[in-house]
Design a protein around this ligand. Structure first.
Ligand code: GLN
Length: 494
C-alpha cells in the first residue's frame, strides 16, 4: 500500500478497502524500518497521527462526506507550527519549543482529514540546499545514503522517496521545495507567492517564503495544493482570489498548442551533461505532444543569485532578531539581558545562520543600504520584467530544476558559494513571486541519479504548471516503464 500514490490510497479509503488507521500504521512501520538510515523525521507523532486517523475513520463510517485526501498521511516540514508538537526549524535555538497554535497550513490539513505523521528535517531556519545545516544531523538521500537529499526541505522529499509518507509539505524561499524534489526523484511545487498562507510559517525571508505541496505524482501534488491554498486574513500578503483549478489541470494534461519557453540563461555552463540531456529529451516529448517550443532570453537572471543573497539575508537578519532568549526556545548564560542574548545566540544558531545574519545586517546598515539592499531590489524588479517579457512569448517557461544531481554529503558544506549555486535556476521565480514546479525527468546517464525538470508559470496561473507537468509525467512513465522513483533502491521491508 505505501508504494501507491496518494490518490490511489484515497480511493482505497473511500471504497472501504483499507482504513486510515491501517494506512497510518503502515507508514509508521516504514518510518520505524528505514528512518534510522534516512533521518527524514525530527519528530514522529505516533499517537497524534493514530488519533487523527481513527477520527477520520469514524466520520467515514458514520457516512459523512469526506474531503478528497481524508485519511491519507503526510510529513510536515519542521518550519510550520503545529499546536503542541515540537517545532525546531532544524535549529538548536528552538529545541524543546512547543507552539501554542496551528499554522493555517496545519489547520487546513486537519480540516481536510490529512493525517500528520510528524515533522521533517531541514536546514536550520530553511537556509541551505542540502539539509546539512540542520542542528540535528543531515538527512540522507534514499537513492544513495552517502548523498544529500537537497535542501532546505530534504526531510520532506526524502520521506516521499523512501515511502515513509505519500505527501509532504515544504517551503520554498529560493528553491527549497523544488531542488529537493529534483534530487530525490519526486514532485515539488512552489505556488505563486501569496497563494498559500504564511501564518505560522516561521519566517526566513518574508517576501520570498512560500509553502507548497511535495508528492510523488503531479496529481497528488495538485490535490494537496488545493487543500492548503486559499485566502487567509491572518497573512497580510495572502492573495484574495480564487485558487486556480490545479486538480482539473493535472487531470486534463493537454499541452497541444501551448507555447513552452526554454530560458537560454538557465542551461550550459555549470549544468551536468546528463541533466541537460534529460531536459532536452523532455522538451522533445512535449513537442511530440503538440506543444511549441520557443527559446526566450532573460538576461538579468545572471544577477538573480547575487540579488537573492542580499535580499534573503537582509530579511533574515531582521526576522531572526526575535530569537532573543526571552520569548522562545533555549536560554543560556548569565548577567544582563544583552549578555544572555549574546550567549544564547552564540550557541543557538549554527554557522550558516550566523553568516547570513552578519551579511544581512551589513547590507542594511546605513551607508551601505542603497549600494547593497537597494541595488538588489532594483535587480529584483528587472528579473520580474524579464519574466513579463518572456511570458509574452510563451505560456510557461522551463529549465532544469537544479544544475546537477545529488552531490555527496560533505562535498560542498565548507564552500558557501558552491552551495548557493545549486539554486541558480530556482531563485528567479521566488524573486518574481511566480510559481514553479519540479518533476523528475529521469536518471542521469553518468550517475544513475534523478534529475528535475522545472516548469514556471505566471502569477496565479499555477494550473498551467500542472497541465504541462501531468502531460510530461504520463509520457515519462511510459518511457521509463513506470514512475522514475520505482528504480530507487528499496529501503527496509515493503
Ligand atoms: N538554498 C536557498 C538558501 O539557502 C533556498 C532556501 C529555501 O528555499 N528555503 O537560501
Amino acid at each position: 500500500m505505501i508504494n501507491k500514490s496518494a490518490v490511489e490510497m484515497a480511493e482505497s479509503l473511500s471504497k472501504g478497502e483499507i482504513t486510515s488507521v491501517e494506512l497510518t500504521k503502515a507508514h509508521l512501520n516504514q518510518i520505524n524500518e528505514v528512518d534510522g538510515q534516512v533521518h527524514a523525521f525530527l519528530h514522529v507523532d505516533t499517537q497524534g497521527a493514530l488519533d487523527q486517523a481513527s477520527q477520520v475513520d469514524a466520520k467515514r463510517s458514520a457516512g459523512e462526506k469526506m474531503p478528497a485526501l481524508a485519511g491519507v498521511p503526510l510529513a510536515l516540514k519542521d518550519v510550520l507550527v503545529q499546536k503542541g508538537i515540537p517545532t525546531t526549524c532544524g535549529s538548536k535555538m528552538l529545541e524543546g519549543w512547543r507552539p501554542p497554535y496551528d499554522s493555517t497550513v496545519v489547520r487546513k490539513l486537519k480540516e481536510n482529514g490529512i493525517v500528520i505523521l510528524g515533522k521533517t528535517n531541514m536546514d536550520e531556519f530553511a537556509m541551505g540546499s542540502s539539509t546539512e545545516n540542520s542542528a540535528y544531523g543531515p538527512t540522507k538521500n534514499p537513492w544513495d545514503l552517502t548523498r544529500i537529499p537537497g535542501g532546505s526541505g530534504g526531510g520532506s522529499s526524502a520521506s516521499l522517496a523512501s515511502f515513509q509518507a505519500p505527501l509532504a509539505i515544504g517551503t520554498d524561499t529560493g528553491g527549497s521545495i523544488r531542488q529537493p524534489a529534483a534530487v530525490t526523484g519526486t514532485v515539488g511545487v512552489k505556488p505563486t507567492y501569496g497563494a498559500v498562507s504564511r501564518y505560522g510559517l516561521v519566517a526566513f525571508s518574508s517576501s520570498l517564503d512560500q509553502a507548497g505541496p511535495c508528492a510523488r505524482t503531479v496529481l497528488d501534488a495538485a490535490y494537496l495544493h488545493e487543500a492548503i491554498a486559499g485566502h487567509d486574513p491572518l497573512d497580510s500578503t495572502s492573495i484574495n482570489a480564487q485558487v486556480p483549478a490545479v486538480v482539473a489541470a493535472a487531470k486534463d494534461g493537454n499541452v497541444k498548442g501551448m507555447k513552452i519557453g526554454v530560458i537560454k540563461e538557465l542551461q550550459g555552463d555549470g549544468y551536468q551533461a546528463g541533466v541537460l540531456k534529460l531536459f532536452n529529451e523532455s522538451l522533445e516529448i512535449l513537442a511530440s505532444l503538440g506543444a511549441e517550443i520557443v527559446e526566450v532570453s532573460c538576461k538579468y537572471f545572471d544577477y538573480a543569485l547575487a540579488a537573492y543573497y542580499l535580499i534573503a539575508p537582509s530579511e533574515c537578519s531582521s526576522n531572526l532578531a526575535r530569537f532573543d532568549a526571552m520569548r522562545y526556545g533555549i536560554r543560556s548564560g548569565q548577567g544582563s539581558a544583552e549578555e544572555v542574548m549574546n550567549s544564547t545566540r552564540q550557541i543557538g544558531f549554527g554557522r550558516e545562520v550566523k553568516r547570513r545574519i552578519i551579511l544581512g545586517t551589513y547590507a542594511l546598515s546605513s551607508g551601505y543600504y542603497d549600494a547593497y539592499y537597494g541595488s538588489a531590489q532594483k535587480v529584483r524588479t528587472l528579473i520580474s520584467r524579464d519574466f513579463e517579457s518572456a511570458f509574452k512569448l510563451a505560456d510557461v517557461l522551463v529549465s532544469p530544476t537544479a544544475p546537477t544531481t545529488a552531490f555527496k554529503i560533505g562535498e560542498k558544506s565548507n564552500d558557501p558559494i558552491a552551495m548557493y549555486l545549486n539554486d541558480i535556476a530556482t531563485i528567479p521565480t521566488n524573486l518574481a513571486g511566480i510559481g514553479g514546479m519540479s518533476l523528475p525527468s529521469g536518471l542521469a546517464a553518468e550517475d544513475g541519479l534523478p534529475a528535475g525538470f522545472q516548469i514556471m508559470a505566471p502569477a496565479m496561473k499555477d494550473d498551467l504548471m500542472y497541465k504541462v507537468g501531468a502531460a510530461l509525467e504520463a509520457e515519462l512513465n511510459t518511457k521509463w516503464q513506470g514512475p522514475i522513483l520505482n528504480s530507487a533502491p528499496k529501503l527496509g521491508a515493503k
